[in-house]
Design a protein around this ligand. Structure first.
Ligand SMILES: Cc1cc2nc3c(=O)[nH]c(=O)nc-3n(C[C@H](O)[C@H](O)[C@H](O)COP(=O)(O)OP(=O)(O)OC[C@H]3O[C@@H](n4cnc5c(N)ncnc54)[C@H](O)[C@@H]3O)c2cc1C
Length: 394
């Protein structure tokens, strides 16, 4: 039984959630990407998995036939601002939802540094959902959990990549007044296996265990695009251009095949609200006096507009020119372009591990001198932070 063509499958796990026979499991392919596998001895050929699969549906879950309204936004609360990838807008939405006794679903790290969607009802635990994790988040049985909470009468805020939001909507099959969907503008997703091969590579190099990893670390002088690697008793801050995993992700070398033909990479969105980075905001919004990025927020529906109203007091926001904002953000216009050498790199990784990708990264990082300067700066930063965080360790 083929649910959807492999090149279109986003790994959203809708089919696993929808199968009453529990006949479908996600399995890694040779490059670590997850695809559904059907156990034919359990399958009763009902066809629901294929019928509900968003990859087989055309534009089904787009919500805005009208022009979205676009805003430049940052969180008023400095701590919350620093906890987000761009303007920290998501935390304002999440806090509002929890204050209404609702449940927020989003992507979180687990103790073993895997990324999976979880539901959070306690405001003190929201932090784990903040910041982008550039690894495909496992859904497991979260769509069902969302439905259960909606049936209980709770407000639910579901956030994720557009393909996950579309899958949730397909799973639910009907509209719920208390469901608010938030999608992120998405560059594509690498997978857990490649990410962990990178972590192993660093651990071997440093002879230390990695305890925590952050992709969008904010450092006033370096901005909001740094990886922060928390090793035992020390940390490393690495600007994205110097982080081989993020560099290869940003250039599309290690992204999932379906991401290169993503049908959601446009201004017609699936979420009530869309979150993204506002690149190039300085030209139009000089009043935002911050160094670590701001959010571009698209309000796509009437419901999204109400949600936006609820959090107005928590944020500084200015309406912005949608066309200008789209011009600054490639993934609101088209999917990431598939690099010609993507398969060659993945094949090299499969045979030789992350050291192969590291070499390929070095071959490609053309502005290396600039990077070395940054690396020096970063090293001193790392040391200062290290002393602040671990005052008695030296
Ligand atoms: C894989 C990925 C690719 C992205 N690519 C782009 C891009 O190309 N251009 C752009 O403008 N913005 C992109 N973003 C969005 C951007 O990084 C920020 O999420 C956005 O600016 C909101 O920031 P914030 O400060 O408001 O909130 P944050 O606290 O940063 O928002 C966190 C939100 O992201 C969700 N999230 C985090 N990791 C994942 C994941 N692995 N899978 C699903 N959901 C996740 C959380 O559930 C939460 O809703 C991407 C995000 C992700 C996760």
């Amino acid at each position: 039984m083929i649910i959807a063509p492999k090149e279109k499958c986003t790994g959203c796990e809708l089919c696993v959630n929808v199968c009453a026979q529990k006949a479908i499991q996600m399995r890694e392919d040779q490059y670590g990407f997850l695809y559904p596998e059907v156990d034919n001895s359990r399958c009763v050929q009902c066809g629901l998995c294929s019928k509900k699969c968003p990859a087989n549906l055309v534009n089904q879950f787009r919500v805005n036939d009208i022009e979205p309204k676009a805003y430049a936004v940052i969180n008023h609360n400095k701590k919350k601002y620093m906890q987000g990838s761009s303007g920290g807008f998501f935390s304002a939405l999440a806090e509002w939802c929890v204050s209404q006794n609702g449940v927020v679903f989003g992507a979180a790290w687990d103790d073993a540094l895997n990324v999976a969607h979880i539901g959070v009802e306690d405001g003190n635990k929201l932090l784990q959902l903040y910041k982008s994790k550039y690894v495909q988040s496992r859904i497991n049985h979260v769509y069902k959990e969302v439905r259960d909470k909606l049936i209980e009468g709770k407000i639910v805020l579901f956030s994720g990549t557009p393909c996950q939001v579309a899958a949730l909507k397909s799973y639910l099959g009907k509209k719920y007044d208390k469901l608010y969907c938030v999608d992120v503008v998405c560059h594509g997703v690498p997978n857990n296996k490649i990410f962990h091969s990178y972590l192993d590579y660093i651990e071997r190099l440093k002879h230390k265990k990695i305890e925590k990893y952050e992709f969008r670390g904010k450092v006033e002088l370096l901005g909001n695009y740094n990886s922060i690697v928390y090793l035992k008793k020390s940390i490393r801050i690495v600007p994205w251009q110097c982080d081989p995993y993020v560099y290869l992700f940003m250039h599309g070398y290690i992204n999932r095949e379906s991401c290169f033909s993503c049908k959601y990479a446009c201004k017609n969105r699936v979420g009530d609200i869309t979150l993204s980075d506002y690149w190039g905001y300085k030209e139009r919004h000089a009043s935002f006096d911050v160094r670590c990025g701001i959010s571009l927020v698209l309000v796509n529906t009437e419901k999204g507009s109400q949600l936006f109203e609820h959090v107005q007091d928590a944020v500084q926001c200015e309406e912005t020119d949608l066309q200008y904002a789209i011009e600054q953000n490639a993934q609101l216009k088209q999917p990431t372009i598939r690099p010609a050498e993507r398969n060659k790199l993945l094949e090299g990784w499969r045979k030789q591990g992350f050291s192969y990708l590291y070499q390929e990264f070095l071959n490609r990082s053309d502005r290396r001198y600039k990077y070395w300067l940054k690396v020096l700066l970063v090293k001193s930063y790392s040391n200062i932070l290290h002393k602040r965080l671990f005052p008695r360790s030296e």
